[in-house]
Design a protein around this ligand. Sequence first.
Ligand code: ASP
Length: 326
Amino acid sequence: MSSELFHVIEPRAFNRELLDELCDITDRARAMAKERDGAIALQQLLADKRAMLYFTQASTRTFLSFNNACHILGMGTSEIRDPAISSEIKGESFDDSIRTFSSYVDVIVMRTPERGLAGRAAALMDRIPRRVPIINAGSGPDQHPTQALLDIYTLEHSFIGRGGIDGKTIGMMGDLRRGRTVRSLCQLMKNYHDVKLVFISPPSFAMRNDIKKQLAQHKIDFTETQTLDDVLSDLDALYVTRMQSEWDVDGESLKINLGEFSIGPAEMQLLREDAVVMHPLPRGPEIDPAVDDDSRAVYWRQERNGMWMRVALLIKIFGVEAQLAS
Ligand code: ASP
């Protein structure tokens, strides 16, 4: 068995053993939930635990999937989704708010528009007597580790019978500069052998140097292009992202010809038969809804995988994986 898991702040902390174990726990929990008895047994697993969902930045999937993951495991949940209705409006500091949450719950799942706050909350927990795990559910344009975990699970499942992620060529397209999902996924790639990454973006939205440096350090092969058609037939997976226009300072995303970084039926014809198309969602015009009916479009499955991977994460954090049916 791999090591224990407590805070989930940065994907860099995950090793291959832990990733494989989380994928296995996801499969086992999912299989159990298919039968009524199994679903009831899952609801007993963490019935003595409570979670705080502190989401002060917009979220649909991550919030709902964590909320439902908690309920699948029998956990109670509390939530704050708007700092204007918490005591932060009265001037309470971030640290005092987090410390307050920790007085009532056993884990804090948090999403903030600022980078670095989940790490700060984890450091605070490590200094106080009632130390509860912190899960980063998205930190500004920086990181989204739990999305990267569900992406790994989706990729591994997409390549079952083909050796999993090892040896695959993965394209990442769109706003790579501000897209936290692709940044986090890149950080997990050090755990797989012979992976090649292809970054497809306008130059002004290229992957940042911090990630490129890390890839180089781990000897992960990556190339950059602005022309999707040139690389489509090489890809085992195309991970499409939307323009993160909420971070625009002067409407910079509007200046992009998004048609060049989009996929529709014509592009699907160039994609290999065994390749997959992923997207963290929500999507904009970068994936034509006509693609949804193609069996290579796995983004809706990817969305559902997110809930089960988050179930696995909570099981692992609280160390109850031995109680799952094998
Ligand atoms: N839902 C993902 C995120 O929170 C992707 C996106 O918003 O584009 O980062």
